[in-house]
Design a binder for this molecule. Structure first.
Ligand SMILES: NC(=O)C1=CN([C@@H]2O[C@H](COP(=O)(O)OP(=O)(O)OC[C@H]3O[C@@H](n4cnc5c(N)ncnc54)[C@H](O)[C@@H]3O)[C@@H](O)[C@H]2O)C=CC1
Ligand SMILES: O=C(O)[C@@H]1CCC=N1
Length: 286
């Protein structure tokens, strides 16, 4: 791969499900991505309508499996299959990839050592994005193996991952399972909260459509306010929560219920611990 010129080489995306499609859509967006039909190949055995539409619009080749000719000249290979599919994928790709091709894995649990066994000698980056990345509002945390230490590898990965939003780098791989549990899975916790808030509104007599509208607007608005307070360093989540909570008021009544006996903080603590354990378990099975 040419040093300091991260966007010139050929990229293969292996697996175009939810996350793979979000990545590909970002790369093919002229303003953000910089890849085109000459530089991107997608490997996906199950063509969804979304994939067919995206590939058709940009003239991207979609292959059911990576051929030797498509692998020639690749400098970055992004793995976006389920962790359970990784061992078979290692065998499928083994020997086909150019020796110095950078492997970028977004698989939950899959550690650098295990990936290194499947792709020996390759520079490898383990990354954990999240679904808000599909609208450029995600956050990805990444770590590289020793072979990918030279800065141009990180720059090459950054260029691909940044289409999803911001990218943070860590040096201690043990953090990746916690990252997966917090920001990788985290959107689901917020969506569950939204579902629960809408259902509670309905239970209090609101029409379903209005309850859902209120729940969505409240979560989206609170998120935007939180992000603004964080960026401008004016208010954190606790300060914003206190600003809603009048003494003896309605919010206090609700928060008393949410905090009773450890309440929501303890539930979230236990939930994140379960996700972190599951990430390690997925990794140890590889
Ligand atoms: N969905 C999420 O919120 C996040 C998922 N991840 C990770 O991203 C990876 C993909 O997740 P999703 O996109 O949600 O899954 P998905 O199931 O939507 O997509 C996986 C795709 O891989 C394809 N596939 C399977 N075997 C293949 C092979 N040998 N070659 C090429 N393609 C193959 C499947 O047909 C499928 O379309 C997982 O490892 C997950 O841990 C990471 C961060 C967030
Ligand atoms: O649930 C999962 O395993 C994946 C990883 C993070 C979000 N989804």
């Amino acid at each position: 791969m040419p040093a300091n010129n991260e966007a010139t080489g050929k990229v293969a995306l292996i697996g175009a499900g939810r996350m793979g499609l979000a990545l590909a859509a970002g790369w093919l967006c002229a303003r953000r991505g910089g890849l085109d039909s000459d530089t991107l190949v997608i490997v996906e055995p199950n063509r969804s309508d979304e994939l067919a539409e995206l590939a058709g619009k940009h003239g991207i080749k979609v292959l059911p499996t990576l051929t030797k000719s498509a692998a020639a000249g690749l400098d970055r290979v992004v793995l976006a299959v389920k962790p359970q599919a990784l061992p078979a994928l290692g065998e499928e790709l083994g020997g086909k990839l150019p020796r110095n091709a950078l492997i970028i894995s977004i698989l939950a649990g899959a550690g650098l050592i295990g990936l290194g066994r499947l792709f020996p000698g390759h520079p490898i980056i383990r990354a954990m994005p999240n679904t808000p990345g599909s609208i450029g509002k995600g956050i990805t945390v990444a770590i590289s193996n020793i072979e990918a230490d030279p800065p141009h590898f990180r720059a090459a990965a950054d260029a691909l991952l940044k289409v999803l939003g911001s990218v943070e780098w860590v040096e201690d791989e043990r953090m990746m399972d916690a990252v997966t549990a917090v920001s990788g899975s985290g959107p689901a916790y917020v969506f569950l909260m939204c579902e629960a808030l809408a259902r509670a509104g309905e239970a209090e007599g609101l029409p379903a459509e209005l309850a859902e509208k209120l729940a969505v607007a409240t979560i989206a608005g609170a998120g935007a306010l939180l992000e603004d307070g964080h960026k401008r360093k004016t208010a954190d989540a606790a300060a914003l929560r206190r600003a809603v909570t009048s003494p003896g008021g309605t919010t206090q009544a609700a928060l008393d219920v949410m905090m009773a006996g450890g309440g929501l903080p303890m539930l979230v603590r236990n939930a994140v611990a379960a996700a972190e354990r599951q990430s390690r378990k997925l990794g140890s099975a590889l």
